[in-house]
Ligand binder design. Structure first.
Ligand SMILES: CC(=O)SCCNC(=O)CCNC(=O)[C@H](O)C(C)(C)COP(=O)(O)OP(=O)(O)OC[C@H]1O[C@@H](n2cnc3c(N)ncnc32)[C@H](O)[C@@H]1OP(=O)(O)O
Ligand SMILES: O=CC(=O)O
Ligand SMILES: [Mg+2]
Length: 567
């Protein structure tokens, strides 16, 4: 790609025709938002916006059918793709044959990016999605961090602690997760309308780093991506188009870019073969995004009183529908020659209680053992402190092999399990309680407060919480209220009503204030978060995403940031 033209004469962004930047000007950001990089992003936006709009409309149309009683199912029209034995995805690039442990974390803060790359994990998934609050500052700093990480020059000085951070000898291989198709980027306008968030994330990172990545980490391939929250293979087809356009403009071979698709919506589990087929030249497998998957189960069945979820804490991978999803994902990936990645255990290290810490670690070990025995080729870690234990489980089981793609190994294959539509839809079992409603509320409000303040992943009650886990709290409360679920209140049955939720919100807000302290509560955005969370849980129609509604509250426009200087 061509390099940037001469810098503009005043401190504002130098934008190509039809592009306006409404975010704060910063010289560091300007090195990312170059005229050529923006022209590349605008080209993607112009070519694919119609297809994205259409795909989003199809999502709404499918939801209307589910609301009317139809169940998600395998598409009879694409049966030949699913049943054909004669196709496989492109061979796995050597640089990512071994993905036994992948650490995830937001693309900003910078220190965390360095820690993740040095963590001992094989892969670092740098997140612009579930773990990142998409403020302008976070997004742009995230881009700066990734450019420097790929260049190998990233450093950070923690002045308060007198600590220097720099890359070690064998950093993890970088995957980048752009936002989902549904999220706009309100600080970047293309032809007067907000850009599609993921095209900004993808486009800027690709533009600045593809060459360095391919000659370094990717060993001739890459860059590598994780693709979130898709609901249908037509959305994967758009990504394929984006990749091909990017490869062509960069002058690199078709199939250089590779991506792992997160199967984290209920409709997508019926489309896994079709998704791999669309992306077969660009695929790096599939991943069980379990938290969004649970969120999507509730969302898809929002109109169904017969499919209420039990307490959030009871919806784990041992539930039949979750186990079936993981088995089918493993079978599908191995049949097509790519990695079947496991997901995230929510436990994180507990610093001040050795026994509780050991118990949390044991839960992580069990989860990972279940995954590797099922046939997964690798898995996720939320925190560097978990990596030794997870590595021990995966590497111990794989016995020196980088993955088990060819082995037809694992419970998913051994038992000859034929996963059916009924298996994938079986309602989860367990109790629904007022304590569950309280926990959802406590977690949901604190998460929204953190997100509004710029943190997209936070530790709460010794668990990792991010946008996906918080969504479960929100939609579960909404579902219980909408259908007047019977909740156990210590042996007494009560109905979930708006009045009950109002009382719970008031009491839980008081509890949170006592936990975090009055000063932090006052300075944080807790009151605002309480109002947003309550409104969302009681809305007559379920909002598609918590973060879409709340996004308007983190958009900060700096009028004139680009337009006065337009050349
Ligand atoms: C559903 C999904 O999508 S899962 C994927 C998306 N979610 C995520 O990626 C969550 C990733 N994890 C995290 O964000 C963090 O671990 C949290 C927020 C849960 C906890 O973070 P903290 O409270 O800062 O953890 P803690 O205080 O124990 O951190 C200790 C050290 O580990 C580092 N650390 C913690 N988590 C990570 C991580 N995921 N990546 C890199 N470094 C990390 C911290 O930076 C800190 O470093 P330092 O000693 O140099 O200061
Ligand atoms: O992105 C992962 C998930 O579990 O959601
Ligand atoms: Mg997710």
């Amino acid at each position: 790609m061509a390099t940037n033209a001469a810098a503009p004469p005043c401190p504002c962004y130098d934008t190509p025709e039809g592009v306006d930047i409404l975010g704060r000007y910063d010289p560091e950001f300007a090195a990312i938002l170059t005229r050529d990089a923006l022209a590349f992003v605008a080209g993607l936006q112009r070519e694919f916006r119609g297809a994205v709009r259409y795909a989003m409309e199809r999502r709404r149309e499918a939801q209307r059918r589910y609301d009317a009683g139809e169940l998600p199912r395998f598409d009879p029209a694409t049966r030949p793709v699913r049943e054909a034995g004669g196709w496989a995805c492109a061979p796995v690039p050597p640089a990512i044959a071994d993905r036994t442990v992948e650490i995830t974390g937001p693309a900003e803060p910078r220190k965390m990016v360095i820690n993740a790359l040095n963590s001992g994990a094989k892969v670092f998934m740098a997140d612009f999605e579930d773990a990142l609050s998409p403020t302008w500052e976070n997004l742009m700093r995230g881009q700066v961090n990734l450019r420097d990480a790929v260049a190998g020059t990233i450093t950070y000085r923690d002045a308060a602690r007198g600590r220097e951070y720099r890359l070690g000898d064998r950093p993890a291989t970088l995957f980048v997760r752009p936002r989902g198709w549904h999220l706009p980027e309100a600080h970047v306008l293309v032809d007067g309308e907000p850009a599609i968030g993921c095209l900004v994330d993808f486009g800027l990172y690709f533009f600045h780093s593809h060459a360095a990545f391919r000659s370094g980490q990717g060993a001739g391939f890459g860059p590598f991506f994780y693709l979130p929250k898709m609901e249908h293979s037509r959305e994967a087809r758009i990504w394929k188009g984006v990749f091909e356009r990017a490869e062509k403009e960069a002058g690199i071979g078709r199939g250089s870019i590779r991506a792992t698709v997160l199967v984290e919506t209920l409709p997508a589990v019926f489309q896994m073969e079709e998704i791999l087929h669309e992306l077969r030249d660009h695929s790096a497998g599939l991943n069980c995004g379990r938290w969004d998957y649970i969120f999507s189960y509730v969302k898809t069945f929002r109109a169904r009183p017969d499919r209420l979820l039990p307490d959030r804490a009871l919806v784990g991978m041992a539930q039949h529908f979750m186990r079936s999803y993981s088995y089918l994902l493993i079978q599908t990936c191995h049949r097509r020659g790519v990695h079947a990645m496991g997901g995230m255990a929510a436990q994180i290290p507990i610093k001040d209680d050795a026994a509780a810490n050991e118990a949390a670690l044991e839960l992580v070990r069990k989860d990972k053992l279940r995954e590797v025995r099922a046939g997964h080729d690798g898995t996720w870690a939320a925190h560097p402190g978990l990596i030794p234990a997870i590595r021990e489980v995966f590497e111990g089981h794989l016995g020196g092999r980088p993955n088990q793609i060819d082995a037809a190994a694992g419970d998913a294959a051994r038992a000859g399990v034929a996963v059916t539509e009924e298996d994938l839809l079986q309602p989860p079992r367990g109790a629904r309680t007022v304590e569950g409603l309280r926990h959802n509320t406590r977690v949901g409000v604190q998460y929204v407060a953190a997100w509004l303040s710029g943190s997209g992943s936070v530790p709460l009650y010794n668990l990792m919480e991010d946008a996906a886990t918080a969504e479960i709290s929100r939609v579960q409360n909404w579902q219980w209220l909408r259908h007047g679920a019977a909740l156990d209140a210590g042996g007494v049955e009560v109905r979930a009503t708006p009045e009950l939720l109002a009382r719970v919100v008031e009491e839980e807000m008081a509890r949170v204030e006592a936990e975090v302290g009055a000063e932090r509560f006052r300075r944080g955005r807790y009151a605002e978060a309480g109002r947003i969370f309550s409104r969302q849980c009681t809305a007559p129609e379920l909002d598609d995403f918590l973060t879409l509604d709340a996004y308007n509250l983190i958009v900060v426009h700096h009028p004139g940031a680009s337009s006065p200087c337009k050349l």
